[in-house]
Structures are given as C-alpha cells and as structure tokens.
Design a protein around this ligand. Structure first.
Ligand SMILES: [Zn+2]
Length: 97
C-alpha cells in the first residue's frame, strides 16, 4: 500500500519540473497566476501542519516538497522578465496578429 503513496510523491516532484524548468531557463512566466500559487502555498502550509499533528510521515514529505516547489515557482515568477518565443507566438495567435 505504501508504494502507492511514494509513487504519488514521485509524481508530485515530476509534475513541478516542466514549470520550474521553463521559469528557470526562459525567465518566462506567461499564463501563471501568482495569486493561485499563493493560495496553493497557504493550503500546503495548512496541510503540512495537519500532517505534522497527525504524525503522517508520507504527507509531511509531500507537503514539504509542495512548499519548496511552490516557493521556488513564486520566486522564479517574480524574477521573470520576458515572454519566451513559444509563448510570444501563442500570444500573437490569440490576438489575431
Ligand atoms: Zn514561455
């Protein structure tokens, strides 16, 4: 049963990689809502507190990873200062240019 939890934890880590890589490599935060990520941060802090109170090691680890990845994302969004060529194309296509 525990393997299901660790598989889910692995997927949580993998899921953040494309977004963080794009923010890091391209300095492009196109389409990212900072408010959404702030709400996820508050939710993860609450869930980490709950997991700690219940002494649930797996969820303490998952929420700790979530908090680290969310903070990294928010910091990288604040550092972003351009729209990458791919998203610039998407923006032009949507505006009919
Ligand atoms: Zn981009």
């Amino acid at each position: 049963m525990e393997v299901i939890g660790w598989a889910g934890t692995t997927l949580v880590i993998v899921a953040y990689c494309p977004q963080i890589h794009h923010l890091w490599a391209e300095r492009c935060a196109w389409g990212i809502s900072p408010l959404t990520w702030l709400i996820w941060l508050v939710a993860s802090i609450l869930l980490l507190t709950y997991s700690l109170l219940r002494s649930d090691t797996l969820f303490v680890i998952v929420q700790s990873i979530n908090i680290l990845a969310i903070v990294a994302t928010i910091l990288l969004v604040r550092r972003s200062n351009r729209i990458c060529p791919y998203h610039l194309g998407v923006t032009r296509k949507n505006s009919g240019q």
